[in-house]
Design a protein around this ligand. Sequence first.
Ligand code: HEM
Length: 241
Amino acid sequence: MSSDPHRPTDLSEMLAAGTKEVHEKAENTEFVKDFLRGRIRKELFKLGHVALYFTYSAMEEEMERNKDHPDLAALYFPHELHRRDALARDLQYFYGEDWQDQVRVSPATQRYVERIQQIGRDQPALLVAHAYTRYMGDLSGGQVLRKVAQRAMKLPPTGEGLNFYQFDGIHSAKAFKQLYRSRMNELELDSHTKQKIVEEAVLAFQFNMEIFGELEEVGKTLQDDDLDAAPVHGAHGEMQG
Ligand code: HEM
């Protein structure tokens, strides 16, 4: 019953509209706001990377397993997008050679991972929502976060510890996002499935926010002098670009 002529039917537009509110919520979590202000505790940044490592490992494993599925094949860009190896390199930089023995899955990360694995098995079309939420975000706000993190934690300009934000296979984030949107729109999906994907994307944002909440709690247990640097000035200006 799509009687509303203003209601978008392109999946990319449905996703943008359907996650607008939850995107604003995510941007306004304390963890994210602190991050944008350059108030980044290295310990929390590292734990955030650990959460991302487990999340992307699950997501990319399920994408790999379902790469020939007709609802996903057009969105399979392992060379351009996949982040697992970049995250592994960052974790090795932060924790050392034996990083794998030092990191653990947090409860909120575990719930996110289990959801990804479950839909990878039972409803692979919904993986579109998870890929959209993370990769499109990384190609958007992620580029701001890279600069803020590098300055705040005084990481080397050569990019160690920041591989996650660096997409070597993508020359123009803007052009790639356009390609990705058109690929999403070309998927042959009925309106019910598209609606399910939008709902799943909202859920994906919520999983991310639960991880931010966990990090905020850990932050409360850290001393103030764990703050690695003074707030970065000028970070906001860069968001315009
Ligand atoms: C899009 C900024 C947090 C997921 C965008 C865009 C900006 C942005 C400027 C628009 C890009 C464009 O129009 O092409 C930020 C900032 C954040 C933040 C500053 C806070 C640090 C997040 C989080 C997620 C996320 C936490 C999810 C985990 C997305 C997605 C899009 C997006 C999926 C694509 C929207 C679309 O065009 O359909 N973000 N974001 N963002 N962001 Fe964020």
